[in-house]
Design a protein around this ligand. Structure first.
Ligand code: TYM
Length: 325
């Protein structure tokens, strides 16, 4: 099965990116034909400094490799290294209804806040559709916030097929029950734009654990007395703990919540320890990879070569269908 997904190079990846999406990439690379890319064209809608963008792209590649993406099993590349996608973007854009894009939440939210939104943000879901359709993708592993965009992709592909004959494969989003919407330190969805993220890596590897533990200790909690029994399900601290713990430990923690009489500090300490153990090996691997950037560049080059072959074929199919050839 062709599985595809992308991550924006807009800064350090966080627990939401990992448990919502990247963890799925790693699992799915085993038995599928995985295509995973770094969405630098999408990042251009927010990162407007060339050196920073270039750095973020390499950072994202290091992050993915350190977390376990394996170039021997999956194709890993940079979005803009496959120019066919940008051409396909236009074919889709020229038939994309304004109303569909106006309903997309990323654009709607920015407008509702009174922030200036540019055309790149408005048409962001169309470029995403081009990303997905360019590789005949069948499954797209993502967090919940991207599901609407995959629906838009299905709509655009369906209407293109309807107008010009069967051209595109209709993809399906794949989300995980326990990771689709990871909460941030304030209980809202974890997101770089809410400044509530817990990062996987920090700039200085040595300080990573210390810095992240500090942020874990700052996670907001409610102010009910310690003795009160609490429902674990609605509690974001519990949701974060559950991401790392095995089912038996999760059940034991849930029982503690229901009994009451314990402090949230205890849960935070457990999260700090579990996350250190869980991400420790990836942090060490990332430090090694940083010494071998040639390998990273080579991986991205080879990935783009493979991806271009597939995308060129789909683009030519789409061009013929709509009368461009
Ligand atoms: P990006 O970089 O914002 O997010 C990367 C992935 O992380 C998921 N995610 C979360 N999952 C659970 N809980 C959270 N709090 C959380 N925050 C982020 C996102 O759902 C995403 O799967 N538009 C995409 C990049 C992209 C793409 C594509 C993805 C471009 N083209 C084509 C799939 C297919 C994005 O914004 O990623």
């Amino acid at each position: 099965m062709r599985v595809l997904s992308g991550i924006q190079p807009t800064g350090r990846p966080h627990w939401g990116n990992f448990f919502g999406a990247i963890r799925q990439y790693i699992d799915l690379q085993e038995d599928n034909d995985g295509f995973y890319f770094i969405a630098d064209l999408h990042a251009l809608t927010t990162v407007r400094e060339p050196d920073r963008l270039r750095g973020y792209v390499i950072d994202a590649a290091l992050d993915l490799l350190a977390l376990g993406l394996d170039p021997a099993k999956a194709t890993m590349f940079v979005q803009s290294h496959v120019p066919e996608v940008s051409e396909l973007n236009w074919l889709l854009l020229s038939g994309a209804p304004m109303g569909v894009l106006e309903r997309c939440h990323a654009y709607k939210e920015k407008k509702a806040k009174g922030l200036p939104a540019d055309a790149g943000l408005f048409t962001y879901p169309v470029l995403m559709a081009a990303d997905i359709l360019a590789y005949d993708s069948e499954v797209v592993p993502v967090g919940e916030d991207q599901v609407q965009h995959i629906e838009v992709c299905r709509d655009l592909a369906g209407s293109f097929n309807h107008s010009f004959g069967e051209t595109f494969v209709l993809p399906k989003a794949k989300t995980l029950v326990d990771g689709a919407k990871v909460p941030g330190t304030d209980g809202q969805k974890m997101s770089k734009s809410y400044s509530n993220t817990l990062p996987l890596f920090c700039d200085d590897n040595l300080d990573t654990v210390k810095k992240i533990n500090k942020q874990i200790m700052r996670i907001t909690t409610d102010s009910r007395p310690m003795e009160d029994p609490k429902e674990p399900e609605g509690d974001h601290l519990f949701q974060l703990y559950r991401l790392f713990a095995d089912p038996a430990d999760t059940e034991a923690m849930a029982a503690k919540y229901r009994r009451g009489g314990f402090g949230y500090g205890e849960v935070k300490k457990a999260i700090a320890e579990a996350s250190e153990e869980y991400f420790g090996p990836a942090r060490a691997k990332r430090a090694d990879l940083e010494q071998n950037l040639d390998y990273v560049h080579q991986t991205l080059r080879e990935g783009a070569q493979k991806a271009r072959v597939v995308a060129a074929d789909v683009l030519s199919r789409a061009q013929k269908a709509c009368g461009l050839r």
